[in-house]
Structure formats: C-alpha cells, structure tokens
Design a binder for this molecule. Structure first.
Ligand SMILES: Nc1ncnc2c1ncn2[C@@H]1O[C@H](COP(=O)(O)OP(=O)(O)OP(=O)(O)O)[C@@H](O)[C@H]1O
Length: 384
C-alpha cells in the first residue's frame, strides 16, 4: 500500500494555512528556472516574533524561498504575504524586509554608520531621524563603539553585526537571514548564535526566516524548523517535535543523528503507537505515520538514548563492538547487531570502555523510539 505523501504545510499548530498574514506567509509558491522547478508548492507561515529555520541539503531550494520572500525571485505560482499585505508583485524595497547574507555585503568605502544609514536613505526615512535610528541599530548589535570605522577595520563577526544592524535599522516586519554565520569560525559562530537569540527576544514582533545547513543553528535558534528536500517542504515542527518524532528517515537523519534499526510491525500502527519486532524483542513504540501490520520498517533511536543494558526490563540488543571513540563528554560506540544492522551509542562515564571485538548488550527506553517507514533506498543511518 503506497500513496503519495500529502504535501507538508508549514503552518503553526492550530492555525489555518495562510492565516498568519501579519508575519510572513508563503502560499503554494512555485519557482522555476529555465523550466526546472526549484521550489514546488511551498506553503509556510512565520508568525510575528517567530524564528523559522529552513534546513536542508544543498540545492533543496532554501535560498530560493528566501529570495522569493525578498522579491529578488518571482514565483510562477502562489502568493507571498508580509505584514498583512500581498507583496507578490511588489519590488524588494517596498516589502518591509531586512536581509542578511553570508558575505556581509558592506560598502568598503563607507564607515560603519554610513553603511547602516544607507538603507534608511533608500527607504526615504526623514533625514532628521537617521542618526538616532543608526545609533539604536548599532547599540542593539553591540557595535555602538565602532560607528566611525571602515569595514576593513573590523573582524568578520563585527562586519556581520553591522550587516545585521543595517537590516534592522529599517525596522522590518521580516528579517531574512541566509547562512549568516557560515563565514565565521566555530567559536565566533557560537557567540553570534547567542547574540541572534538575544536579538530575537528583543524584537518580539519581527518574523525571522533563517536559512542554514547547520542543524545546531536550527535547533538552537528556531521556534520551528522547516525541512526541505528536492524543492519541497518535507517536514515542519518545533525542534523537539522533529527531533523526538521525525516524520521519516530523511528528517530523522537530517535533524540530529539517528540509529535506524530494522524492525517489522506486528500490528497496524495507530495514534497510540506501534508494536514491532526488533531483534529478539517485541516492543511498543511511538508511530507518526500509519503502517500496516507486517511492514518492514525502521526504528529511530538517538545515539545518546542508547545505553549498556543493566538487567532492567528494556529491549536487549546483542552486538559486537566495532569502534570506540572518546569524544570528551561521551564514549561513542559503533557496534554490529547480532541480528543484522548497526548501532551507534553515545555513552557517558565509562571507566573501562569496551574495545573492538567485545560483545555488549545495549538497550534504550521504548518511549524514546519512533517507528518510521523504511527509506526507499534502504539507507538512512546518519553519522558525523
Ligand atoms: N538563478 C538561477 N538560475 C538557475 N538555477 C538556479 C538559480 N538559482 C538557483 N538555482 C537552482 O535552484 C536549485 C535550488 O537552489 P537554492 O540556492 O535555492 O538551494 P539551497 O537549498 O539554498 O542550496 P545551498 O544550501 O547550496 O545554498 C538549485 O538546483 C540551483 O542550482
């Protein structure tokens, strides 16, 4: 029994699609280049004050969605609403958006304050209001002390703060961020991520759409994550929902790391979960999609939720250790299950860790597992 999955609508729980008109709303938006569809029936609502991360592999259509919101790309079908207005046919400067891209894009010959003022002039903000607006935007981004510098006199992180200040100075309804941290080194990125989270708290009415490849950024910052694949929205929910109850193996592997263990359903899955056969066990677990009895499926269990069995009543997975890595706070074990398949476990506090070749018995809490349809290509185990 196979049927095409229903299109995913990225609408906050309890709201009708398109109902969040006062933030940013895409309604069935399709974009094509030279006859090739690169964004396909995209529906997503971002409420005022909400951060939605667009997460997905390279080429899945994330930047296209952002550029369509900004007005740099025109859809062949569908509508875009910002701040309660249909902006589909409006040029970028009339949409009430601020945009921050990966490469800062500051004018090198203008001082920081002139860079920030530039957008205000373009938006025809009265001349007398500009110095105050510039000062406030630089203050919000921690750059008040750098107003007279040129971009070349700033670090990458400082330049990106100025770019954010420039986007905020126009007081946009919507802030569009396209991989804003990807040009920064890891340490700076962590600091900037915390600053973006603070800005989000300070701007309770601004909708943010944040494009990233980086699941940590998405999990840290976003109120909801929209997962894209092959030009389509394939999953959307809070970080916790997608992490704990992904809809399929793609989301499971893309949002966090996942063990995908082979199982067979013993009864039809329903809203109250599923009974599955896993190795020598019969386990009751959660189910997100309906599956008939007798389906070969996979069980998603996160590596940090797998532990060494201690004789309790959880399922038992007998396995042979193939690799052990010390990762600072955990030991990462890779093991081959005796019944087929592989498993990864992140286990803390091991005084005498096993070594490759050792036999171990692993377990997990069935409440932490969800049964998913097997990936069409049979693959799906994620690793880093
Ligand atoms: N101006 C353009 N002309 C033709 N094709 C384009 C154009 N811009 C993007 N594409 C194509 O559209 C598809 C989606 O691109 P997009 O930049 O939206 O993906 P992405 O998910 O943002 O990828 P990345 O993470 O690599 O930035 C890709 O196949 C890309 O090659």
């Amino acid at each position: 029994m196979t049927s095409a999955p229903a299109p995913v609508r990225g609408t906050p729980q309890g709201a009708e699609a398109g109902a969040v008109r006062s933030g940013l709303s895409f309604e069935d938006v399709t974009v094509a280049y030279h006859g090739t569809t690169v964004l396909d029936g995209f529906t997503l609502d971002v409420a005022p004050g909400e951060v939605v991360a667009l997460l997905g592999p390279s080429g899945s259509g994330k930047t296209t969605a952002l550029r369509t919101a900004a007005g740099f790309t025109s859809p062949v079908r569908g509508r875009v609403h910002i701040g309660g207005r249909d902006v589909t046919d409006l040029p970028p400067y009339r949409r009430g958006i601020g945009m921050v891209v990966q490469q800062y894009a500051l004018f090198p010959h203008l001082r920081v304050e002139q860079n920030v003022a530039f957008g205000l002039k373009a938006h025809k903000v009265p001349r007398a209001d500009i110095p105050g607006r510039v000062a406030r935007a630089l203050e919000m981004t921690g750059m008040a002390g750098y107003a007279r510098r040129y971009p070349r006199e700033l670090s990458g992180g400082q330049q990106q703060r100025v770019a954010i200040a420039r986007a905020l100075a126009i007081r946009p309804d919507v802030l569009l961020l396209d991989e804003p941290l990807s040009a920064l080194d890891v340490q700076l990125r962590t600091g900037m991520l915390a600053e973006l989270a603070r800005l989000h708290r300070d701007l309770p009415d601004v909708s943010m759409l944040y494009v990233t490849h980086d699941q940590v950024e998405a999990l840290t910052l976003a109120d909801r994550i929209a997962v894209m694949k092959d030009a389509r929205l394939v999953d959307c929910g809070t970080p916790q929902q997608l992490y704990r109850r992904p809809r399929d193996t793609f989301t499971a592997s893309f949002v966090g790391q996942a063990n995908l263990l082979p199982v067979t359903t013993l009864a039809e899955t329903g809203p109250d979960g599923a009974r599955v056969a896993l190795a020598d066990n019969e386990v009751r677990v959660a189910a997100v999609q309906p599956l008939p009895a007798g389906t070969d499926a996979v069980l998603c269990v996160r590596p940090h939720l797998v532990r060494l069995a201690d004789g309790g009543d959880g399922p038992t997975l007998r396995a042979t250790v193939t690799d052990v890595q010390w990762r600072g706070s955990v030991h990462r074990l890779h093991a081959d299950l005796v019944t087929g398949g592989t498993v990864t476990a992140d286990i803390g506090e091991l005084r005498t860790p096993p070594v490759p070749g050792d036999q171990v018995v692993l377990t997990f809490d069935p409440e932490d597992a969800v049964v998913l349809p097997a990936a069409p290509d049979g693959g799906g185990k994620s690793d880093d």
